[in-house]
Design a protein around this ligand. Structure first.
Ligand code: 5GP
Length: 179
């Protein structure tokens, strides 16, 4: 497998700073929870929360939708739930990437049932070509083509999460099967 840089660490930081400033401008007073969707959003959540100057509260949720490979199982399961109640709070779901939209469509509905004041989505990456469920992404970092990416939290079979850049993972030429 070969890695091709798609978005540099510097570009990511610059965009995250802009999104943080936008969130500061948009949100009224009141409790704002940034919900990290584990594990892919861990760096985005950490960086975005520090780019926001107003008070925020952090929590973490585990979701599984992709299994260990590159294709979605189409199934969404909560593997770790929040520690807190969302009633009366503003909720910002912090996600690494929106692909088909199935995960965020499900998650938004689950969290809305918990009676928050508002639920919005911040996603670092967006692959609009692949959408099956229309989800409204309030804060979107970068639109990317339909390619499998890793780095800055995103993995392939748990590898590559700690790469500082977002890279496309492509097969080496000599990986192709002949004969
Ligand atoms: P969706 O439900 O929108 O199809 O998928 C969302 C989840 O699929 C993301 O949170 C992420 O875990 C995974 N995913 C989608 N596209 C990619 C990709 O290009 N690379 C990686 N590593 N994960 C992806």
């Amino acid at each position: 497998m070969a890695l091709r840089q798609l978005i540099s660490a510097e570009s990511i930081q610059a965009r995250v700073t802009e999104i943080g400033a936008q969130i500061d401008r948009d949100y009224p007073d009141g409790v704002l929870y940034l919900i990290c969707i584990l594990k892919g959003s861990c760096y985005f959540h950490a960086d975005l929360s520090r780019a926001i100057k107003r008070d925020v509260f952090l929590d973490f949720m585990g979701i599984s939708s992709y299994g260990k490979g590159k294709t979605s199982s189409g199934e969404v399961k909560i593997t770790k739930d929040l520690d807190i109640s969302l009633e009366g709070t503003h909720v910002l779901i912090v996600e690494d990437i929106v692909d088909t939209g199935v995960t965020l469509d499900y998650l938004t509905r689950v969290l809305e049932e918990r009676k928050p004041k508002s639920v919005r989505i911040a996603a670092l990456l967006d692959k609009p070509d692949r959408r099956i469920k229309q989800v409204k992404v309030a804060y979107s970092g970068f639109q990317i083509p339909d390619e499998f990416v890793v780095g800055y939290g995103l993995d392939y079979a748990e590898k590559y999460r700690n790469l500082p850049d977002v890279c496309v993972l492509e097969p080496d030429e000599d990986d192709s099967v002949t004969g």
